[in-house]
Design a protein around this ligand. Sequence first.
Ligand code: AHR
Length: 617
Amino acid sequence: ALTVDTKAKGTKVSPNLYGVFYEDINHAADGGLYAELVQNRSFEFNDQDNASYTGLTAWSKTERGASATLAVTGDQPLNANNRNYLRLDVTGDGTAGVSNAGFNRGLALKRGARYDLSFWARRTEAGTLTVTVEDGTAVLGTAALQVKAGGWAKYEAWFTAAATTDAGRLIVQAPSGRTDLDMVSLFPHDTFKGHGMRADLAKAIAELKPGFLRFPGGCVTNVGTYDPYSDKQDRRRIYQWKETIGPVEERPTNFNFWGYNQSYGIGYYEYFQFAEDIGAEPLPVLSVGVNGCNVNQPLTDEAKLARWVQDTLDLIEFANGPATSEWGAKRAALGHPKPFGLDYIGLGNEEIYPEFFTNYPKFADTIRAKYPTIKIISNSGQAPQGAWFDKMWQFARDQKADLVDEHYYSSPGWFLTNNHRYDSYDRSGPKVFAGEYASQGNTFGNALAEASYMTGLERNSDVVELASYAPLLANVDYVNWFPDLIWYDNDQVFGSANYYVQKLFSTNLGDRIQPSTFESATKPPADITGGIGLGSWSTQVRYDDVKVTAADGTTLFSDDFSGGGEKWTPGQGAWAVRDGAYVQTADVTDARSTAGSPDWSNYTMEVKARKTGGAEG
Ligand code: AHR
């Protein structure tokens, strides 16, 4: 029987409760939300970043009468941030050049739609370059551009696609002579609200009516070196927002945590714009100079740290400052004189290292002094993390953080048994930002467990202010992480069962929660606490087999994960599996421990796992 107290005042529901966590993982940006159709458009892919890359990744030679020699080189580049380009030497009659395979199967074009083509070129003598999009023998679009002799210049054209394909090739042909080519781009003319995002994907996100957009990650924000791009520094750099604004040809690419090259075609300006376009609060997350995600390369150099703190202040000015301020003027010059209205900032993503305690106050205190109304979000790593989790929370309380970011990737059982997780959370300290959660699968059962859990988030939304499923996007051909909310290939988008649960909740958000009780003959299982450590792993781990056995030989839990696919989780130091995180101890129904915690020292856990490089998809 369900009893609702309609007289009580009820709990006010946080208006931004359900949002989205966007991370550039699973090719969420290039080959995803960023509508660019050409892969490796600026020839910056590099085998020092990823052994499978070359400057010609996704490109191949095409010879139509003439012969071509291709070289990726850096002699007098387009600019200092865009070091490499293609040098195409053509000899003989006819033409020769290159073909780009796009992402996945090829470039996706729709009949009747307009496509905008551009490239930068330099030729020793004037000549006509022909660009076509072809699917087998069919030509879907074509443009001929007169390239003058002399230095670098930008050339643009457009065409209407004559047919639909998801396997097109962009082919650039040159006459004899030397042509240098860079930033070869083909873009659908119609993007989401005209701001460069792939329309169908952006629409799927917008239809969630998210209260906030957390970006740009995750581990993608806070692993790498802290030095800016320069000719001496091109190893994986930490996500530095200033590298991601301005003309795209001046944004250096990066090698991201998830093992692929990141063009920054979507940069901070585009994220703010996208948040505005979907009616969401922008919520950027920045490192505080402590790498997260099982990489601890703390930034202790005071001068570099001071620059980093200043960059964070500048970001707030970029978002909120008047058009007359230094960074507000840059925003205005990019086309948005009105401030974006930034209210939240995340400091750190899973930065569970001692240096966090030293570095965080340098950022938080400076922000508080200059921007007292901005809500600062501290972090707590992946819950439950035992001692670290508690330590991080205590620190956030001491620092008077406004919110604490909690992450959990657990079994459906964990989500069911943790419906009451927040009932007893302290109401006087920081609020909760459940910034990343998922029940390790995209089945209906997973979605249902999450739905049950979300009733607990909503019931407690006086303390849970924000919550987002993670990760948001996955290109079916470049999967770094499973499960994900929205899946897509070049021309199709699929919402998972979990997506429809998120949508159901976020598009039906009430104002208040009235107290209610439900009596049923079926009781939910008792919470399980306690834990068995999995040891430390330095990279990602794929579980092939997990077995938990009691001292008397009874198997409490066993799964080869063949049914639901392998389980994935990123590397973290010494996982505790208390409360069922990761290895699904919540699924370990131990009938002998109905009261209190099982004594986990009586159990053994066998794990068959494979370490995989961070890059593996
Ligand atoms: O959501 C995938 C990853 O999980 C995020 O990058 C990171 O924050 C967490 O470990």
